[in-house]
Ligand binder design. Structure first.
Ligand code: B12
Length: 447
């Protein structure tokens, strides 16, 4: 039915079309909550249809623990689209349904039991802070960007972005697992990959020539300093008062001796006397995508509609990569960089660009701060939905960290002590913070 479709419309459509079952797909964490809401609504309204769950952020455990208990009919996680056929066949067949549901219910019950036993040994947050990333703050590691403040990029050339596309995930969209360009020579599905690649490039030629999509973006450098696990952002170099604060979490589990990292570790604290900065960006290549897809669908050409979406998503990532390269130059430290596109895809450069929702900063609500600072809605026409998804869908936003020691990591499970502290820093209630951080909680919240 599309993306970000409200629950009522899904349920109405199911009734109207006398559906045999309902399937929900979730890309980012906030959709997980929405799925629980749909399950609750189905129970409240007396639905009897099975509910299937899939998508990048979903899991069997989450389905069993968080969604299934709200609906008295079968709720089944389907790991891979190809598994949808045997699952639906079982659920819809009079002969096999009872046995399938009984086995499924027993499996999920077992999963719930296993997960109810705490197994993460969490280091108290105060002790974790003592084990922050060890960085010796030196002036030569802190570069000065060419400018501070916000810059807008409207109608960025698609022909340039095309050069930055990482094609590997494109093939994943089509269920072909392999690394580009090797995948084109794969014994089993090389031919299929070559056909897809050629057709994608023909469509891309058209998109570029006729400007069927428009790339819009906004980015900025701000004076900044670390304040505990957070980063304070100043409106100007006078650094008189903070214009905003990005909030970060810290790891509370690690192998012996490893640092317990937070993104806040990668910006110089004010006490070092160093004038450090942070960068931020939001880019989209989804402007015009709906019209393009609607056109194909009106001609019953679903293949090219899906192809257009896959290309727009690739262009969005390419825009993020291309802008990051420009930012490294403008920040100074990347001026002499000389990387091939393949090296860039392998992230062989200094600095990182974590995005809210990625493992190092799983809290999607931080996008709110970025939107305000960069006035993303006005400058790039991108909006944030209630659940902090970005519209248009083919969009990426995040932060830039420049220190040579900055790196990607996974926050993993965190303790109640940190969540209480974090909620206080964010001005949220504990319950709100627990809702947004649900996949990271290393304990059972009170409700
Ligand atoms: C492609 C991609 C994007 C693209 C496109 C997204 C889109 N429009 O679909 C772009 C570049 C735009 C993007 C952006 C973002 N992304 Co992204 N993205 C991915 C990526 C690499 C692949 C997802 C994908 O499309 N896979 C291909 C499809 C076919 O596979 P799938 O979704 O897993 O679905 C399969 C099965 O699950 C099943 N299935 C799926 N749905 C259903 C439903 C039913 C009923 C059934 C039966 C089966 C089924 O069938 C599929 C085929 O087998 C994942 C990482 C990953 N490897 O999964 C991150 C990922 C989903 N993204 C992530 C994030 C955080 C974001 C951003 C928020 C980052 C940011 N701040 O900018 C934005 C959000 C965009 C928005 N509009 O709000 C996180 C989500 C984590 C989280 N906990 O929330 C991930 C997991 C990356 C990560 N490791 O952190 N992303």
């Amino acid at each position: 039915m599309g993306v970000m479709v409200p629950c009522e419309r899904i349920l109405e459509k199911a009734k109207e079309s006398r559906a045999d079952l309902i399937g929900l797909s979730g890309l980012i964490t906030p959709s997980l909550d929405e799925m629980t809401h749909v399950a609750r609504e189905m129970e409240r309204l007396g639905f009897t249809l099975p509910l299937l769950i899939g998508g990048a952020t979903t899991s069997r455990a989450h389905t069993a623990i968080k969604i299934a208990p709200h609906y008295s009919q079968p709720v089944v996680h389907v790991l891979d689209a190809s598994r949808a056929v045997p699952v639906t066949t079982n659920l819809l067949s009079e002969e096999s349904r009872a046995a399938f549901v009984a086995q499924h219910t027993a499996d999920y019950e077992q999963l719930r039991r296993t997960h109810s036993q705490p197994k993460h040994k969490l280091i108290p947050i105060d002790a974790a802070r003592e084990r922050r990333t060890p960085i010796e703050w030196r002036a030569e590691d802190v570069s000065l960007p060419e400018f501070t403040g916000v810059r807008v990029l409207d109608d960025f050339p698609l022909a340039t972005l095309r050069e930055y596309i990482d094609w590997t995930p494109f093939f994943h969209t089509w269920e072909l697992k392999g690394v580009y360009p090797r995948i084109l020579e794969n014994e089993t599905y090389g031919e299929q990959a070559r056909t897809l690649f050629a057709e994608a490039n023909t469509l891309l030629d058209d998109i570029v020539a006729k400007k069927l999509l428009r790339a819009r973006g906004v980015y900025a450098f701000f004076p900044a300093s670390a304040a505990g696990d957070d980063v304070e952002v100043y409106a100007d170099e006078a650094r008189a008062s903070a214009a905003a604060r990005f909030h970060f979490l810290r790891q509370q589990t690690a192998k012996d001796g490893d640092p317990l990292r937070s993104l806040g570790d990668f910006v110089a604290p004010a006490r070092t006397g160093l004038r450090d900065h942070i960068g931020a960006f939001a880019v989209t290549t989804g402007v015009g995508l709906k019209e393009l897809c609607d056109g194909f669908r009106a001609r019953h050409d679903d293949y090219n509609a899906i192809m257009s979406e896959a290309i727009a998503d690739r262009l969005a990532e390419a825009f993020a990569e291309c802008l990051h390269e420009r930012v490294r130059r403008e920040w100074g430290y990347g001026r002499n960089e000389n990387l091939s596109k393949a090296d860039m895809i392998r992230e062989q450069y200094r600095g990182i660009r974590p995005a809210a929702g990625y493992p190092a900063c799983p809290d999607h609500t931080e996008k709110g701060t970025l939107w305000r600072l960069l006035d993303v809605e006005k400058n790039a026409g991108m909006i944030l939905t209630e659940s902090f998804a970005m519209w248009p869908g083919s969009s990426v936003s995040g932060l830039y960290f420049a220190h040579p020691e900055s790196r990607y990591f996974t926050i993993g499970k965190i303790g109640r002590d940190q969540v209480v502290d974090y909620a206080g820093r964010k001005g949220m209630t504990l319950g709100e913070a627990e809702r947004w951080l649900a996949p990271n909680l290393g304990y059972e919240p009170a409700n």
